[in-house]
Write a protein that binds this ligand. Structure first.
Ligand SMILES: [Fe+2]
Length: 500
């Protein structure tokens, strides 16, 4: 009998259920709607998709897990409306479609986000544990007993395993370039992705994450026109940039600072206090500030800096915004000790937003991070990844001696020593630190005219590509590291190798 129902009749049936459910409990409504949609689907004629149970579909985060373990852990996050439901997650080895699903023991917990300007919602975190390092794993999310989402995840790789990371920044503006870079990232099949800040424009707001970040990096279809289903199965990490956290104005933007609500990264940075030094002062109505603080919990402001290990790499992630004084002994001690403790890692990377060494006319005067160059050198840092400047730049391997009396504000004078023997092809052992600006992930490019004018570059700049959007692909195989800069249509713009 169902087979004779027209699409029109089926739509009417759905509408009537939706209408009659309006005065009932939300759980009963959802049961009825899902049951009706299931009936419609079984008829096989109606092109009606089940309503999504998510405000934001699941995405992977590292969680507060700075160190690798014999068995790995991750956090799976999703957002829902502010209603009760019982959620769970199950996993099984990927590719074994007949294998039994195993329940993940950790119960998903939620943090309510109830700030002005957006509907109250819940950010659910499911701790995933006992994962095999580097082993592709299938997972599914269940609401009640019903599987509502399925994908795969790649747990953090162990030391000794080859790894690929893609790095870009200055990205979520809802541009065609952003979608193309997301698609190129998808094609590169990275083990994880690092964003060098200015994750979401223009103010890192919840509403902006919903329109410019999640739809593109968690698109259902992979294409240069849509973005790609990345964050559901690939771990993303990020440094906060000025557009993410520099101007928390709760008058103009009560849904500010979404970085601290939606990212779950290690909580091992230097201790910072709300309203204290090295933290951007919040402005606007106190009630709005309190609503944010309640939702952010301990992540704010601590998660502005952190470090983590991934396979053979130790990453240190810093807040480079101008309110941070990296001349301050407590911050310098933390950075020095973090790098000292990572002496056993084969590679040491640092990621932050504002570059100390930049040849663009744009942002040229923001040199505050030069004051930690000597700590990078002492700590044996191999590569530094920055954004802020919307193009690609590579320095020679270099050392920098800060002149005395530099305040760390604006221009920072000093003397650099460049390793011009390193060519990244036949001479691959650098003397000094290599600094990359990779901020061409989607926002409008800066100073494209300088690309063909090397006379406008600073002496420390070896490569400068500002006339096309791009991303950085880094492959690590033991003591060999290969970097490729790839354009938004897949062309190789730069390549070099480092060995040790
Ligand atoms: Fe920026």
């Amino acid at each position: 009998m169902h087979r004779r129902l027209s699409t029109r009749v089926l739509r009417a049936l759905l509408a009537s259920v939706l209408f009659s459910a309006a005065a009932r409990s939300s759980q009963a409504q959802e049961r009825d709607i899902l049951s009706t949609l299931s009936t419609l689907s079984s008829v096989g004629r109606a092109a009606v998709q089940p309503a999504s149970p998510f405000v934001i579909q699941p995405y992977l985060q590292l969680g507060d897990a700075p160190k690798a373990g014999k068995r790995e852990q991750m956090a799976l996050i999703w957002h829902t409306s502010d209603t009760d439901a019982v959620w769970s997650v199950e996993t099984r080895p990927a590719g074994e479609t007949g294998a039994k699903w195993s329940a993940q023991g950790g119960r998903p917990l939620f943090q309510q986000v109830a700030v002005a300007g957006v509907d109250a919602h819940r950010v659910w975190t499911a701790p995933l544990t006992d994962l095999k390092p580097g082993a592709l794993t299938a997972y599914r999310v269940l609401k009640g007993d019903v599987p509502v989402f399925e994908s795969t995840l790649l747990p953090r790789k162990a030391s000794g395993q080859k790894q690929r990371v893609v790095v870009f920044g200055d990205c979520s503006v809802d541009s065609s370039a952003q979608r193309k870079i997301a698609y190129q990232t998808y094609l590169a099949k990275p083990d994880y992705v690092f964003i060098t800040g200015d994750i979401v424009y223009n103010r890192g707001r919840i509403s902006e994450y919903r329109s410019k970040y999640f739809p593109i990096y968690n698109a259902d279809i992979a294409s240069p026109a849509s973005g790609a289903p990345l964050i559901r199965s690939t771990l993303f990490l990020a440094a906060p940039g000025n557009h993410d956290i520099l101007h928390p104005d709760f008058d103009k933007a009560p849904d500010s600072l979404a970085y601290f609500l939606y990212w779950k990264q290690p909580m091992n940075g230097p201790t910072l206090a709300v309203g204290g030094p090295n933290v951007a002062p919040m402005t606007g109505p106190e009630v709005s500030q309190r609503a944010f603080l309640a939702a952010a919990g301990s992540a704010y402001p601590r998660m502005a800096n952190y470090s983590f290990d991934y396979g053979d790499v130790h990453w240190t992630v810093l807040d480079a915004d101008p309110y941070v004084n990296w001349n301050e002994p407590a911050l310098r001690d933390w950075l020095r000790q973090d790098l000292e403790k990572a002496k056993g890692a084969k590679w040491r990377f640092v990621g932050f937003h504002q570059p100390g060494f930049n040849s663009s006319v744009e942002h040229f005067d923001e040199q505050q991070m030069r004051v930690v160059a000597n700590l990078f050198e002492e700590g044996g840092v191999d590569l530094v990844f920055n954004g802020h400047v919307h193009n690609y730049q590579r320095t020679y391997p270099m050392r920098f001696a800060t002149a005395s009396g530099q305040t760390g504000k604006g221009r920072v004078n000093g003397v650099w020593t460049l390793d011009k023997d390193f060519d990244g092809v036949t001479k691959t052992k650098p003397s000094g630190v290599l600094y990359l600006v990779t901020g061409a992930g989607g926002a409008d490019l800066y100073n494209p005219e300088q690309t063909t004018k090397p006379e406008t570059w600073q002496p420390f700049t070896k490569k400068f590509v500002a006339d096309v959007h791009s991303m950085t692909q880094v492959d690590i195989d033991g003591r060999r590291l290969t970097v490729k800069q790839i354009s938004d249509d897949g062309k190789e713009l730069d390549a070099f190798t480092v060995t040790k």
